[in-house]
Ligand binder design. Structure first.
Ligand code: SAM
Length: 219
């Protein structure tokens, strides 16, 4: 990489960009110029996504001390780190990919489309959850409609898990993509939660269709 000019706030350019695949140049350039990436590195978070949960929690007051938290699609672990910092030990994190341990959390590896994996997560929690978080996302294909359907399929799995494992009064936070099919999910959530809202935290990139559903007051 190289820095264009001197001084602050200037764009970092990717060195050798002409020889690289344009999509990887775009990704690298975005990473190098993203203030949240730098903030995450400085704070010791494994992902810039950590700030999305911090911003959601600052707004909705989700992570009470002592809460039992289930973090679905947790790797590389930024949300898990924030959940342990704010709620304390008692966090169970699950991902299909391997994830480095986080002190204070139980990390399980498994595919959440398999109901046995959700059962194992519930067993590891040792009781009902106060909060279910899902930042699950599939690898994107670049085809918007396909990506939307795939992410919503994961969101519905997360919702099913939340409805099974939440204690009364519990909360559910889930990544969804705007684009139509999230409406059915919202209708289902409204039947079971006192409040259901959409929130796009500032750390979520404006150009991304990603947003979060925050459901509170499980009944
Ligand atoms: N919240 C995380 C953080 O702060 O580091 C980032 C999560 S990342 C955006 C989405 C995760 O969902 C990926 O690690 C991916 O492996 C996981 N995922 C996707 N499909 C899954 C599945 N079927 N079961 C479990 N995890 C899955």
């Amino acid at each position: 990489m190289s820095r264009g000019g001197g001084g602050r706030g200037l764009t970092v350019r990717v060195r050798g960009a002409r020889r690289k695949d344009p999509s990887s140049v775009r990704w690298l350039s975005r990473q190098l110029n993203d203030p949240y990436v730098r903030k995450a590195q400085a704070a010791g978070y494994r992902s810039r996504a950590a700030f999305k949960l911090i911003e959601l929690d600052d707004r909705f007051r989700l992570l009470r001390k002592g809460a039992r938290v289930l973090d679905l699609g947790a790797a590389p672990g930024g949300w898990t780190q924030v959940a342990v910092e704010r709620a304390g030990p008692g966090v169970v994190a699950v991902d299909i990919l391997p994830m480095e341990p986080v002190p204070g959390a139980t990390v399980l590896r498994g595919d959440l489309t398999d109901p046995a994996v959700a059962d194992a997560a519930v067993a590891a929690l040792g009781g009902k959850a106060d909060i279910v978080l899902s930042d699950m996302a599939p690898n994107t294909t670049g085809h918007a409609a396909t990506d939307h359907l795939r992410i919503m399929a994961l969101a519905e799995i997360a919702m099913d898990v939340a409805l099974q494992v939440l204690a009364p009064g519990g909360a559910f936070v889930c990544k969804v993509f705007q684009g139509g099919s999230e409406r059915d999910m919202l209708a289902a959530l409204k039947q079971r939660f006192a409040s259901v809202r959409h929130a796009k935290p500032p750390a979520s990139r404006k150009e991304s269709a990603e947003t979060y559903v925050v459901a509170q007051g499980f009944r």
